[in-house]
Ligand binder design. Sequence first.
Ligand code: ZN
Length: 56
Amino acid sequence: MRNPSEWVRCVECKHEYELPALGEEMGCPMCGGVSWVSTRIAAAPAPEPRYETQKT
Ligand SMILES: [Zn+2]
């Protein structure tokens, strides 16, 4: 039984990375930021447009 990978998004640079195991050093590999949000939460009700609008 494996734990599914926990993916998080850095709040600083928006880089998504796999959350290291507990006890490991946490931080964004891109900017070193330690603040992140779960991509699961962010992916819940994504208000993505279903239709392409006119591109400017
Ligand atoms: Zn970052």
